[in-house]
Design a protein around this ligand. Structure first.
Ligand code: TRP
Ligand code: ZN
Length: 880
């Protein structure tokens, strides 16, 4: 066990900082193993603080102190105390500004946690969000302390020719012993979590952007030499994002320089450090032969996300870490809008909802459930969650739905205008929305404090004599940790009605004629009447997924097939197809449990048949309509998850469709199969998606014809989308060329880390027999490395999160394996270790046998000595 139970931090305990840091001068004498940091903090008491003491508490961890001075006078041992997380200076001036000068030493090479200053390949870089700055030097490491930074870096000229930090370059020069220095100044006060430095042998790809007011911004992407040919897409994405934020939000970039650095070792996707974003290479590098269409889209999305943070996060930042969704939920919403505008709103919305429902809903139904604004944490890194990000974005989206696009924009304008340069709260965001629109959102605020996914139970009744549709909606929300009882939420529910011929039905509500409407649910139960309906309409509810809720609404398969054909709302049309298949699969699972033979309802075959023969203009959307619900989505809908039955039933549906519609799948495949590598327009991407969806069905046939077709695509592909699509179906089939294809792929791409990640992930997520043995063997592969998060996610992450059948093997070998890896990672990289534990958090959802095995591993983890806060929090909360 750990020596002491780690401390919990509570939102209710927030108090303003006792001191402020107006400016800081940082000098780094960089070296991989002995970096010296000299910092000069100009400080004063915070007039807003009510605290009485005269001492000063700075945060700092794993630092070696060299010297400390107050106003130029050295402090002695009796003037201050240092413990594991803080330094307390007994007495500092209260009536005037004062200067604290500190010299300390750190060892970047020993830093495998990848927060603070660390070594990635041979370059030095920083990650300070959320609390990494305290591993660089003693500071007030909290987001409501905003400081102007001036940073000087000096280092060996050969090893570190490029020296970067935030803001503008203000000087540089040579030093003795082949060393040199560069100084940077950031004119914008910022919290220290936005500080960054990078030093290394980097190539610079540059371009420029002219802002709406005519200012010219230099754009620079820094990568290692061998990646220079993979930056064009990231650069174009950055320009697209800059233009989009001007057009959509009226927001312009503020510095003269915008830099992005791509690093191999990174715990997350990317980081919005002021003027100097640091990115996981995964979200920068792309070339048609190395990156898939989805990679291209994700890169543009993440580049956009970090760029948008310049306003939603940096210019207006968070008061404390409980407000994380203020910047993340809002910025995710902004990047979703951006990607939708750049690609297809229909497709983007479906992808986002799909991810939300399979992953965030699972989190919200687990012991780790928390509101988008959490009330307590042990380790803040554990709260960079799907709830804070994705559900947070849904909450912002609901505000937009309630206020309308224009009203929402007015609210945003007021928010940025009121709070520019400040560290604020979610409350301030909602206040701005209210003030700009003259509305009252008090009930809506519950979305910030209440966890769990609400359930809407819907009943309807058509009264032919009165020509009325009566709709009753009840809302409820299951209990979550510390929140047994829930209050009703303000939920926007978009709906439309369809006439018998599939066209939109006109109705009258509140005396007004409409074809669609947004209902405001505010009570536990509410009824609505739709008038002047001469025939019974078909209800299309929760259009565009207007709220993050579960719908409980019994529907016939016929009605779902009808909506799948006719609904004009692109989201609900897709959703009808999903629910059709979901119902059918659950029927099959019941048959499996009753040892009955399986039979696929002809309605499904007919629905897919007509889809494959219909005209379509958005082919990516068409491909989504053809895709069966994920196993993890199906699992989320089951009281006791039966991974084997889910897999078996879903495969049965897919294989039966493949046999019944083989000609259609072949025909559509051939129409769209052509070599257009290097083309990334919506049509070319759509053709690839649709074709590859067909290929995936055809692979179910396990016939010599399908083997030939798939192998041909694998061998002839000139783009990664097609090559991966082929390899992925090969790996999940009994294709005779499986081993040789995997080998060829490895030989071809062994120099490209990001492609080799795909190679690992594909094998780790295969549902074919022997996968566990393969995973164990891959752990010993020379290309596997526990210190590279992308690799860990590709192998251990894919196995535990994307391979339900094998991870949940009945004998518990998957669980034991995961716990072994978590404990190994615990000392190396606690953030990654704790991410890996979360797949055990769902243990209560499985059968008694699996529950016991999962719980055993969680207990084993909790009992381990020297457990990080990160892992301790997730494992102990999972067991609670
Ligand atoms: N703010 C980053 C983002 O855009 C999140 C992030 C990047 C992060 N790296 C991190 C959070 C490391 C915690 C730790 O969303
Ligand atoms: Zn973010």
């Amino acid at each position: 066990m750990r020596d002491a139970t780690p401390q919990t931090v509570y939102l209710k305990d927030y108090t303003p900082p006792e001191y402020l840091i107006d400016s800081v001068e940082l000098d780094f004498d960089l070296d991989a193993q002995h970096t010296q940091v000299n910092s000069r903090l100009t400080m004063r008491r915070n007039p807003e603080s009510a605290a009485a003491g005269v001492s000063l508490v700075l945060t700092g961890e794993e630092l070696e102190l060299i010297s400390i001075q107050l106003d130029g006078n050295p402090l002695t041992e009796s003037d201050f105390t240092i413990n594991l997380e803080t330094m307390t200076i007994q007495q500092v001036p209260q009536q005037r500004a004062f200067v604290i000068s500190i010299e300390n030493r750190i060892n970047p090479k020993a830093n495998t946690a990848l927060e603070g200053l660390y070594l990635s390949s041979s370059m030095l870089c920083t990650q300070c969000e959320a609390q990494g700055f305290r591993k660089i030097t003693w500071f007030l490491d909290r987001p409501d302390v905003m400081t102007r930074f001036k940073t000087t870096l000096s280092a060996d000229k050969t090893q570190y020719p490029v020296l970067l930090s935030n803001g503008n370059k203000i000087g540089h020069g040579d030093l003795a012993n082949n060393r040199h220095w560069v100084s940077w100044e950031d004119p914008f006060a910022k919290p220290c979590y936005l500080f960054a430095l990078v030093a290394g042998q980097l190539e610079c790809v540059s371009d420029s952007f002219t802002t709406m007011s005519g200012r010219e911004i230099a754009l620079e992407i820094f990568v290692e030499q061998h990646n220079v040919d993979k930056c064009a897409h990231a650069m174009q994405s950055l320009k697209n994002a800059m233009r989009w934020d001007e057009d959509s939000y009226g927001l312009e970039y503020d510095l003269d320089l915008y830099m992005i650095v791509a690093v191999d070792h990174f715990n997350m996707g990317a980081m919005e450090n002021k003027g100097l974003n640091v990115f996981n290479t995964k979200f920068v590098l792309a070339r048609p032969d190395t990156a898939t269409d989805s990679d291209y889209e994700h890169i543009e999305g993440v580049i956009g996300h970090e760029y948008f943070h310049n306003w939603s996060g940096n210019r207006v930042t968070c008061r404390d870490w409980f407000q994380l969704s203020l910047k993340e939920g809002f910025t995710v919403f902004r990047d979703q809008q951006f990607t939708g505008d750049r690609t297809s709103q229909a497709v983007k919305r479906i992808q986002d909802v799909n991810a939300l429902r399979t992953r965030q809903f699972a989190e919200d139904a687990s012991p780790l459930a928390h509101p988008i604004r959490p009330e307590a944490y042990i380790e803040i890194n554990n709260f960079y969650t799907l709830t804070v990000y994705e559900k947070g974005a849904e909450v912002v989206r609901m505000l937009q739905t309630l206020l309308g696009a224009e009203g929402f924009r007015k609210g945003c304008d007021l928010y940025f205008q009121r709070h520019d340069g400040q560290a604020v709260t979610c409350e301030d965001f909602v206040n701005a929305m209210e003030a700009a629109n003259g509305v009252e959102l008090s009930q809506f605020r519950r979305w910030y404090s209440q966890a769990g996914t609400p359930v809407l139970t819907v009943s309807q009744h058509y009264d032919a004599d009165a020509q009325q549709l009566h709709l009753t909606i009840q809302q409820s929300c299951p209990p979550t940790p510390h929140q047994p009882d829930k209050a009703p939420l303000h939920i926007p529910v978009k709906l439309g009605l369809l006439a018998a011929d599939g066209s939109p039905a006109t109705f009258v509500i509140n005396g007004q004629q409409q074809t669609d409407i947004t209902l405001n649910l505010t009570e536990a139960e509410q009824s609505f009447v739709f008038d002047e309906l001469a025939e019974k309409p078909v209800l299309s509810l929760l259009r565009g997924f207007s709220a993050p809720v579960n719908l409980n609404m019994p529907r016939s398969l016929e009605e779902l097939a009808f909506l799948f054909k006719h609904d004009s709302d692109t989201f609900n049309r897709w959703e009808a197809g999903q629910q059709l298949v979901v119902q059918v699969i659950f029927g099959l699972i019941e048959d499996l449990h009753n040892h009955l033979p399986l039979h696929l309802n002809a309605l499904v075959v007919e629905a897919f048949h007509s889809l494959l023969n219909a005209e379509a203009d958005d082919l990516s959307y068409q491909a989504l309509l053809l895709t069966l619900p994920d196993e993890s989505y199906l699992a989320g809908q089951m009281t006791v998850i039966d991974v084997d039955a889910i897999h078996h039933a879903r495969e049965f549906v897919k294989t039966t469709l493949a046999h019944a519609l083989e000609d259609d799948f072949n025909r559509v495949y051939l129409i769209h199969h052509r070599d257009e590598s290097g083309k990334f327009d919506a049509d070319a991407i759509g053709r690839r998606r649709l074709k590859n969806a067909c290929l995936s069905y055809l692979s179910q046939l396990e016939s010599s014809d399908s083997y030939t077709l798939i192998l041909a695509q694998f061998e002839q592909a000139h783009n990664m989308t097609d090559q991966m699509a082929a390899l992925s179906v090969i790996v999940n089939s009994q294709h005779p060329a499986k081993a040789s294809c995997l080998d060829k792929f490895y030989q071809q791409w062994q120099q490209e880390a990001l492609v080799i990640d795909k190679w690992f992930a594909l094998q780790a997520s295969s549902y074919m027999p022997n996968t566990f043995a393969t995973v164990q063997a891959l752990m010993q592969h020379p290309a596997f490395d526990m210190k590279t998060p992308n690799r860990v996610r590709a192998l251990i992450g894919a196995f535990s999160q994307a391979n339900p059948v094998h991870f949940h093997a009945k004998d518990g070998e998957g669980y034991r394996f995961l716990a072994d890896q978590v404990l190994a990672l615990n000392t190396l990289n606690p953030q990654i270790a704790s991410r890996m534990v979360t797949s055990l958090a769902q243990w209560r959802r499985y059968d008694k046998g699996r529950q016991k095995l999962m719980k055993q591993q969680l207990q084993r983890i909790v009992m381990t000595e020297q457990l990080s806060k990160d892992v301790y929090e997730i494992a102990s909360k999972s067991l609670a």
